[in-house]
Design a protein around this ligand. Structure first.
Ligand code: BGC
Length: 526
């Protein structure tokens, strides 16, 4: 019967074992190449805000926005000058297609292995770059972004899973955060490129900005062809001998029996599940399902993409000139990258919860300050001239906010959902995470400019309120996952004050593998 034999490895009943083997050069290289999948996502995030603030681009594709902006140069309500649904659609169309693509990517990732999803992502993305760089009308622009979105959907679905599976447990946080590091590098490179291309005489700089996305796309496309499969995926696809060889290779030791046994148990459970989309809705997976939805939802409700997409536009609103706006975006991009490194080097020592809680508090304080600074100057009318020092202070506070995000919700928004899923529902779970992330990115992108126009500075207080809710959520509901082997994660829910009722009653997930709900019996290893 097509049922779920959901068994977790034997060690999952709370014992946490430390497997032998460390970080080999082989794994480091593989993870570095895979993480470059984050570059394409980051490049996109960073490029569109700058391009949509370039006059030649606006006057060619969005003449009404261009006109409105020009009229408001000498005053008027600054909150509303970029409010155009068509312009926002350019930015956010990518996220809708990424959402849909990520759902298909789960099957590819599960059946063919993680690397082929990355490859598919890279190729589609390349096609999107060509269309965008050569665009002569809005339709070409938007179609190009849809293809880019398919690329991002596939890459974001497969890369975090790949990294979490390859990494030795003690360094899983660090290696997985490599994905976010590449995202931030992509954003920064895009900001720098915009800063350069805006100065190109003849007004075609935006073409270069959009077309150059082909460079990171080529890196992940070619790179993925050289990537080894993860041992977990090999087992899932019924190739135990190869899986064992690969595990020895990635851990750099022959002493892999304990880890291999746990992987086999997880692999058996996984192969017994033929309907991961249905099974993930079972009660026993409730904690993981909640995390797969809540974490990306909250990540976007931090409001980070208001800065990432609209920093140049926002800084223009604050009265910066065109080049100064792009420069300020470079500054926030740099802070984003450097602060992500803090997470890379601390996440496996201080743990996920500490970073989430500190980052939340920092973002909250900064958001309240940004709202107050903008409110004090622009008030409700949105009319003001901002002294240079005042605008600079606002940029500094925004940097404090970006830093808080960059070592908490940024990397952890991808790490935590990918590491808490049991193998049998991991690709489906990761697809849900990507889909929710993209849906919320779309919603925030689409809603921000009209909301800024209506809610004005209060919008920043609304994001601050969301940060309070998500920080409380982490404090109450997220168990610490640092140092827990990935196929041994079930134990963290069993001892959690709230989640234990879901995983302990009714369902047997402690290694004896009796699936009462579906009437299937499966034997776990050991
Ligand atoms: C988020 C993006 C965001 C980026 C900023 C990522 O983790 O998913 O939406 O733009 O971080 O660095």
């Amino acid at each position: 019967m097509a049922g779920g034999v959901a068994v977790a490895p034997s060690a999952s009943a709370g014992k946490r074992q430390d497997y032998p083997g460390g970080l080999t050069q082989f794994v480091f290289m593989a993870c570095t190449v895979a993480a470059t999948g984050g570059l394409i996502f980051g490049y996109d995030i960073g490029i569109s805000g700058g391009v949509t603030s370039m006059d030649p681009f606006l006057s060619r594709f969005f003449p009404s926005v261009y006109q409105k902006q020009a009229e408001l140069l000498d005053g008027g309500n600054q909150y509303c000058k970029f409010d155009s649904q068509l312009l926002t659609l350019f930015t956010s169309s990518l996220y809708v297609s990424a959402l849909v693509a990520s759902l298909f990517a789960a099957s590819v990732t599960r059946a063919a292995g993680r690397k082929w999803s990355m490859f598919a992502g890279g190729v589609t993305f390349l096609a999107g770059c060509a269309l965008n760089g050569a665009a002569v009308n809005v339709a070409m622009l938007i179609l190009g972004r849809v293809l880019l979105g398919v690329g991002v959907g596939f890459a974001n679905q497969s890369v975090p899973v790949y990294l979490s599976e390859m990494a030795p447990m003690r360094m899983r946080g660090m290696l997985n955060n490599g994905f976010q590091l590449m995202i931030t590098l992509g954003i920064l490179l895009a900001n720098l490129i915009n800063y350069g291309t805006v100065k190109i005489a003849g007004g075609w700089g935006w073409r270069l900005s959009l077309g150059l996305a082909a460079v990171p796309a080529a890196i992940i496309t070619v790179g993925s062809l050289f990537l080894p499969d993860t041992p977990n995926s090999l087992l899932e696809r019924g190739r135990p001998e190869e899986a064992k060889r690969m595990l020895r290779r990635v851990r750099g030791t022959d002493d892999v029996a304990a880890e291999y046994d746990d992987l086999v148990a997880a692999g058996e459970a996984s192969r017994a599940v033929t309907h991961p989309w249905r099974d993930i809705r079972q009660r026993r997976y409730r904690p993981q399902l909640v995390m797969a939805v809540a974490i990306p939802l909250f990540q976007q409700l931090t409001g980070i993409n208001v800065i990432m997409f609209y920093a140049p536009v926002l800084f223009k609103t604050l009265g910066f000139g065109g080049t100064a706006s792009l420069m300020s975006a470079v500054i926030t991009g740099l802070v984003n990258l450097v602060s992500t490194l803090v997470s890379v080097f601390t996440v496996d020592r201080v743990g996920r919860r500490a970073l989430f809680l500190e980052g939340g508090a920092q973002m909250l304080a900064a958001q309240v300050a940004v709202g107050a600074l903008i409110g004090a100057k622009f008030g409700w009318s949105g009319v003001a001239t901002v002294p240079a020092g005042y605008a600079a202070a606002t940029v500094v506070v925004m940097c404090v906010y970006v830093a808080g995000f960059a070592w908490s919700w940024g990397p952890l928004g991808w790490l935590v959902p990918s590491e808490v899923m049991p193998l049998e529902v991991r690709p489906a779970g990761q697809s849900i995470t990507v889909a929710v992330n993209m849906l919320m990115t779309f919603a925030v992108a689409q809603a921000f400019l009209p909301m800024l126009c209506r809610l004005k500075f209060v919008l920043f207080f609304a994001f601050a309120a969301c940060v309070v809710v998500m920080t409380l959520f982490v404090a109450l509901f997220l168990p610490e996952t640092k140092g827990v082997p990935i196929e041994d994660m079930a134990g963290v829910w069993k001892t959690h004050w709230y989640w234990k009722r879901f995983v302990n009653d009714g369902d047997d997930t402690d290694g004896h593998g009796v699936d009462i709900e579906l009437g299937c019996v499966g034997e776990a290893k050991k």
